[in-house]
Design a protein around this ligand. Structure first.
Ligand code: UTP
Length: 468
């Protein structure tokens, strides 16, 4: 396509009403023209046209919510669970020990709400150590490998927005201790945005605006990068999937992984019980024996407020975007990765106008398109959810300091609070106002902390790190 004449491009673009992307063509250099031509060649204009014309692929969420029932779940109180937690832990230990588990970390998001000028994984989240999110996860992977005598590979998804800096960060930090063959960094795809007339936006005179195609882009990108084949080659049968913003995630969570294995599930999801009907989490529901996630923004209030006889919420399961996916399922699904639906979001997208001026809109001016990984759920056999205690498993860094929820300060506090609870269970007191952070090499969970030799009392801020 490089070297294509302007006339040929105009002909293609005119068919879809997009010829304005060439409006600065005459002032572009040869290499700028080539880059723009390549961008045009990479776009699927038929698909964009369909996305603009109607929400064809969008679910009728209201109808889905009407027939939704609670999902098959392993609850925290355990009384009605099909398997015991001990049996789940034993199954998880077996899979981990035999090196069957790999990790997928999605870190391609732009992190606009946080406003941190680097990939979010480089954000210093450690309350005592200022460890970055990437360090928190890499240390856990190394500690997990040490515990089970294996190596747990990390499949790390970036996007064009985060790729180069992420790669440089890992290179500069000696891969954070991970062996090169255990770190597979792959870049996800992009999608353009459309204005209200269905027209593409120019980010620069020579560049169409593109943004990452959502965490659901992971499926196609992992397969395309050779990651799925590489995982198969080293005997990975289960992937532990998590997002870059949650420092409380326990990679390889034995409860989630164990129930997933015992239930013979192809996709399992860690959820927390919603306390408020309109909580801003995805709702995991069952419809005709299949699991679906209905976003909080798509769930009609009447369904959100439905209650059981005991007053509890009927649709109670809030997803925290932690999954276990079987490799076989991902391989099967990768064949139809392109069929994952796009979700539409109205956003403020800066652009270059017809006179060549950069415009910074104050109101949403365009629609972005993203695929979500949870749309795989209805295709998964025996899908389940596993309930976690929110204070133990979820403290995402989404918003900048000062916001009401999901701020760095709240995440740091949650890390300290959890460490204090685990230390208290191991008989260690922590003086008031003191901040503690636990090294995953010391404790991957509260049980393993109890076997450590620890001080009786901690009186100053401390990173608790001990080898014995
Ligand atoms: P969010 O939906 O919170 O989006 O992503 P974000 O881009 O990180 O933040 P905002 O909305 O711009 O403030 C949830 C998770 O999915 C990943 C993110 O990196 C995060 O781990 N993600 C999101 C991707 O990997 N790719 C995407 O295209 C979008």
């Amino acid at each position: 396509m490089v070297g294509t004449s302007r006339e040929t491009l105009v002909e293609l673009l005119r068919k879809y009403g997009q010829e304005h992307v060439l409006q600065f063509w005459d002032e572009l250099s040869e290499s700028q023209r080539d880059a723009l031509t390549q961008q045009i060649a990479s776009l699927d204009f038929e698909q964009l046209d369909k996305l603009h014309r109607g929400p064809g692929s969008q679910e009728d969420w209201g109808a889905l919510a009407d027939s939704a029932t609670p999902p098959p779940a392993f609850r925290l109180d355990g009384s009605k669970n099909r398997f015991t937690a001990d049996a789940a832990h034993a199954a998880a230990d077996e899979a981990l020990k035999s090196g069957q588990v790999g990790a997928i970390l999605v870190a391609g998001g732009q992190g606009t709400r946080l406003g941190f000028p680097h990939p979010k994984g480089m954000f210093p989240v450690g309350p005592v150590t200022e460890r970055t999110l990437f360090q928190v996860f890499a240390d856990q992977l190394l500690a997990l490998g040490r515990r089970y005598g294996v190596r747990v590979p990390l499949f790390l998804m970036t996007s064009p927005a985060t790729h180069d800096e992420t790669v440089a960060y890992f290179q500069e930090h000696d891969n954070l201790g991970l062996a090169a063959e255990d770190l597979h960094i792959f870049c996800q795809g992009t999608m353009p945005a459309l204005d209200d007339q269905g027209r593409l936006l120019l980010a620069e005179r020579d560049r169409i605006f593109l943004s990452p195609d959502g965490h659901g882009g992971m499926l196609a990108a992992l397969a395309k990068s050779g990651g799925l084949a590489a995982a198969k080659g080293r005997g990975i049968s289960q992937f532990f999937y998590f997002q870059v913003d949650n420092p409380l995630v326990t990679i390889g969570d034995r409860t989630l992984l164990g129930y997933h294995l015992l239930a013979n599930s192809e996709m399992s999801t860690l959820v927390v019980a919603k306390t408020d009907p309109t909580e801003r989490v995805g709702n995991v529901v069952s419809v005709d024996g299949r699991l679906h996630v209905i976003e909080y923004s798509d769930l009609p209030l009447s369904s959100a407020e439905r209650r059981n006889a005991d007053g509890s919420l009927a649709l109670w399961a809030g997803s925290i975007a932690v999954h276990v996916l079987s490799a076989e399922f991902l391989q099967r699904a990768a064949g139809s990765a392109e069929s994952l639906p796009f979700h539409l979001a109205r956003k403020q997208v800066p652009y270059v106008d017809a006179s060549g001026n950069q415009v910074q809109p104050e109101q949403p001016n365009a629609t972005k398109f993203e695929r979500f990984i949870f749309d795989l759920m209805p295709e998964a056999r025996n899908a389940i959810v596993v309930e976690g205690d929110p204070t133990e498993v979820f403290a995402p860094v989404k918003n900048a300091s000062g916001a009401e929820k999901d701020t760095p300060e709240l995440a740091r506090q949650a890390i300290v609070d959890r460490a204090k609870r685990w230390l208290a269970a191991a008989g260690v007191g922590v003086a008031d106002g003191v901040r503690v952070e636990l090294s995953p090499f010391t404790a991957l969970d509260v049980q393993s902390l109890k076997s450590r030799s620890l001080p009786k009392q901690i009186v100053t801020d401390l990173y608790v790190e001990c080898e014995s």
